[in-house]
Structures are given as structure tokens and as C-alpha cells.
Design a protein around this ligand. Structure first.
Ligand SMILES: Cc1cc2nc3c(=O)[nH]c(=O)nc-3n(C[C@H](O)[C@H](O)[C@H](O)COP(=O)(O)OP(=O)(O)OC[C@H]3O[C@@H](n4cnc5c(N)ncnc54)[C@H](O)[C@@H]3O)c2cc1C
Length: 416
């Protein structure tokens, strides 16, 4: 039976980032990926911030800059932002995953594709034994001091270690089209309960003349595919777009919420497995990669001290929550408000955001990784927005007898 220091499950951005960092420190790392090819199938729209390029240390997978955005309400209200400098980047997502896995391999990690983490089969001398299965069905066991679950939204590692994940999974459906009828350096966001209750519909140019068009919505019994068809119909009626047949589809899920514990004895969860996803957009590449770096730092310390107990590894929970917890909590709070809004209220909010000074604030302070900062500024700056939002606040707190909270959730948290 093979012995390793760390078994990393899942060669997505989070798993490969953790594997590279730990291998660089000289630990014996085995990175397993259930698919035969890293990066495939692609399950992502591929819109990221500059921070992701910095974390990767490369720009080679960038296919185009994004300078503008168009946001549509459920009716005809819409806004357009344009920035002189790139505010985000469209990437070749499979290219990013391959680049990161390659970086892990160059650092010394051993990668086995077509190999799935199945379950834990016990412990030998306090070391975990994991059962892995190859694509052909052959099962084999590995002894490991630590398991890092980077195995995405349906994490088998979380299940094996009994780490509870009470999160909402938003079904998502996205298709790639060979044409892009819209501005090639902008992205489009469409709000409304008919097309995407709970999140939004989007188009993102793919940098090669085509577009990625998709929706993610609350799981309410209507399939993501049905929401997608309604969204395409909306694009037809609003813009007159008649899209040809898509070249590929993605069906996946986006985890939104808080996992109470992302560590335990001999285990850490990172990325989508830990629901380290931005609740207002569903984006998780930046958060997953950054948390993977923090997980690797805690793991390196624990492996060096040979203490892989739950108390030592809990330092990882504290580290990522210190850095991203306030943003995620603030965004979850805003999302709860968003879920209470009617289509009519959403339409009026988009209208109100069209005021020139608010557009300027969005362009100056908008940040796709930390959107609550600009939301706070907008609420402070606009009386008409604040007049719309309290309705949602009273709907949220009305029955509970709680007082509507101060909108400055940053300072509320510090006061706790
Ligand atoms: C439609 C859609 C569009 C999105 N668009 C964006 C976007 O534009 N920008 C953004 O930042 N985020 C986006 N996201 C979210 C983003 O894709 C995820 O947050 C990100 O991929 C999480 O990275 P990860 O490494 O945690 O997990 P994943 O990328 O899901 O990687 C997990 C890996 O683990 C493997 N695996 C799973 N189970 C096992 C097992 N038992 N054994 C071995 N391997 C296993 C999987 O095959 C996979 O390769 C989107 C998501 C969806 C669904």
C-alpha cells in the first residue's frame, strides 16, 4: 500500500493550488482526479478577477479583458457600465485547470487522473486509509496522514469525514454558442423571477467570437434547463437575438451558504467542497484558490509538527474566515434581501441604479470578488434605493419581531 503525507481529492483550481503549495514544501502529495483529463468537462463561465491571475502567477489562459457590464431588470430597465481599464477577465477555464495541475506536478505532486476517491476504509496507526477506484473499476488503498477534499459541490470527502454541509445548491445550465451578438468586451446580467429566481442569467463573450450563455436559479422544481430556455426567449424578445445551436452544454450546481466546519481530524475541505463561493454571483475560483493557499499553510504546519488533530487543523477555519468570512456573511445577508424582492421592486432598483452618480460609484468601486463594499456605498448614497430596500427588510424581519438591522453589516459584525 502506498504511503503519502497528503491525499488531495479533485484537480480543480482549489485542489491543484493546495497540492502545489504542499509539494513545494517537500511533502509527499498524491492528487487524484476522477476524470481522465484535468479541466474536462468544463463547468464554468470563466469570468475572473486580476486576483486569480496573481494567484496562478500567469496570464496565459486569459482569452479577453472585460471592461463593461450590462444589467437588465425583469422589465425594460437596464444599466450599462464601461470602465477605461479591464475590470475582469474571461479565461479558458480548462486551460487554467491544466496550468495549475501542471504547476502542482512540477512542484513534485504525483497526479493520477481517472482515479476517484471512494471512501475511507479505516485507520492504521492513526493514519487514514482511503479507497480509490480507477476508471476501469480497479480499487486500491492509500495510507495518508491528511486528506484535502477539493472535490467540488458534491464532495465525497465531506461525506466520508461526516462534515455537515447545510448549503443551498443552485442548479445551473450554461451553453456555448459560436456567435456573440453582444459587445465582445462586456458581460450581461439579467434579473427576474421568471428567468432565474435566486440568482441571474448571463452572457459572457468567449474571446473567440462566441458566447457562454447561462442561468443559475433556486431549486424550486423547475429545471435549470427550463429556466435557460426561458432566458433564451427573453434574449430574443429583448434584443432580437436568434441564437444558433449551441456547441456544448454544462449542467452543474453552485453551493451557496456556510459550512460550519471545514476541518476535522486529518481532513480539510477547500473550494466548492467547503462552499467557499461568492453568494451574490456564484463565482468560486478566486475564493477557492485563496482558501486552498490558507489550507496548505495550516496543513504544512500540522504535518511538520506531526499533529493532525481537529484542534490544530481548525486554525484553517479561523484563517479563511478571518480573510473572507465577513464578505461572505455580508453577501449572504444581501442575498436574503434579494430573495425577498418582487420583480417590480427589482425593476425599480435597476432604474434607481441608472442615476449617473450611482453608475460612477459602481465603476469606481465595483469589485467582483468583494461586491458588498460597493453595495454598502450605493445604499448610503441613494435615498431612492434605501426607500426600496426597507420593504425587503421588513419582509425578512417582519414576522420574527426582530428590529430591521443597521445596513452597515461590517460594523455590526465588529460589534458582536
Ligand atoms: C455554470 C457555472 C458557471 C460558473 N462561472 C464561474 C465564473 O465565471 N467565475 C468563477 O469564479 N466561478 C464560476 N463558477 C464556479 C466555479 O466553477 C467553482 O467555484 C470552481 O470550479 C470551484 O473550484 P474547486 O476546485 O473547488 O472545484 P471544481 O472546479 O468543481 O473541481 C473539483 C474537481 O474534483 C473532481 N472530483 C469530484 N469528486 C471526485 C472524487 N470523488 N474523486 C476524485 N476527483 C473528484 C472533479 O472531477 C473536479 O475536477 C461557475 C459555476 C457554474 C456551475
Amino acid at each position: 500500500m502506498e504511503d503519502v503525507d497528503v491525499l488531495v481529492v479533485g484537480a480543480g483550481p482549489a485542489g491543484s493550488t493546495a497540492a502545489a503549495s504542499l509539494a513545494r514544501h517537500g511533502h509527499r502529495v498524491l492528487l487524484v482526479e476522477e476524470h481522465d483529463r484535468v479541466g474536462h468537462p468544463v463547468q464554468c463561465a470563466g469570468l475572473v478577477s486580476e486576483r486569480v491571475l496573481e494567484l496562478a502567477g500567469s496570464r496565459r489562459f486569459v482569452v479577453g479583458p472585460v471592461r463593461g457590464a450590462e444589467v437588465y431588470g425583469p422589465g425594460r430597465a437596464h444599466l450599462r457600465f464601461q470602465s477605461p481599464t479591464p475590470r475582469a477577465f474571461v479565461i479558458d477555464r480548462a486551460g487554467l485547470d491544466v496550468f495549475l495541475a501542471d504547476r502542482a506536478a512540477r512542484a513534485g505532486a504525483r497526479i493520477e487522473t481517472g482515479t476517484k476517491f471512494d471512501r475511507l476504509v479505516g485507520a492504521v496507526n492513526g493514519v487514514a486509509v482511503a479507497r480509490l477506484t480507477r476508471a476501469g473499476g480497479e480499487a486500491f488503498d492509500v495510507r495518508t496522514r491528511l486528506v484535502i477534499g477539493a472535490d467540488g459541490v458534491a464532495s465525497a470527502v465531506a461525506r466520508a469525514f461526516r462534515l455537515r454541509r447545510p448549503v443551498e445548491i443552485l442548479p445551473a445550465f450554461e451553453a456555448e454558442f459560436p456567435e456573440c451578438p453582444a459587445d465582445p468586451d462586456s458581460v450581461g446580467v439579467y434579473l427576474g423571477r421568471t428567468i432565474a429566481p435566486g440568482l441571474f442569467g448571463w452572457w459572457i463573450p468567449d474571446g473567440a467570437g462566441g458566447a457562454r450563455i447561462g442561468v443559475a436559479a433556486t431549486a424550486d422544481g423547475t429545471t435549470a434547463r427550463s429556466y435557460f430556455d426561458r432566458f433564451c426567449e427573453r434574449l430574443r424578445s429583448l434584443h432580437g437575438w436568434r441564437l444558433r445551436s449551441p456547441t456544448s452544454y454544462i449542467v452543474s450546481g453552485i453551493p451557496i451558504g456556510r459550512v460550519p466546519r471545514t476541518s476535522g481530524a486529518r481532513v480539510l475541505l477547500v473550494g466548492d467542497a467547503a462552499a467557499q463561493v461568492k453568494p451574490l454571483s456564484g463565482g468560486g475560483i478566486f475564493t477557492g484558490m485563496r482558501c486552498a493557499e490558507l489550507a496548505a499553510a495550516t496543513a504544512h504546519d500540522a504535518l511538520t509538527r506531526d499533529d493532525l488533530g481537529a484542534a490544530t487543523l481548525a486554525a484553517y477555519d479561523a484563517a479563511w474566515q478571518k480573510e473572507l468570512g465577513a464578505e461572505i456573511d455580508g453577501a449572504l445577508y444581501l442575498r436574503r434581501l434579494f430573495l425577498k424582492l418582487t420583480d417590480d421592486e427589482l425593476e425599480r432598483i435597476v432604474e434607481a441604479l441608472g442615476a449617473a452618480d450611482l453608475e460612477a460609484t459602481i465603476v469606481a468601486f465595483g469589485d467582483i470578488d468583494f461586491p458588498t463594499g460597493v453595495a454598502r456605498r450605493l445604499l448610503r448614497q441613494s435615498p431612492s434605493l434605501v426607500r426600496l430596500v426597507p420593504k425587503a427588510l421588513s419582509a425578512l424581519f417582519g414576522d420574527s419581531g426582530l428590529r430591521a438591522p443597521d445596513l452597515d453589516f461590517g460594523s455590526r459584525r465588529q460589534a458582536r
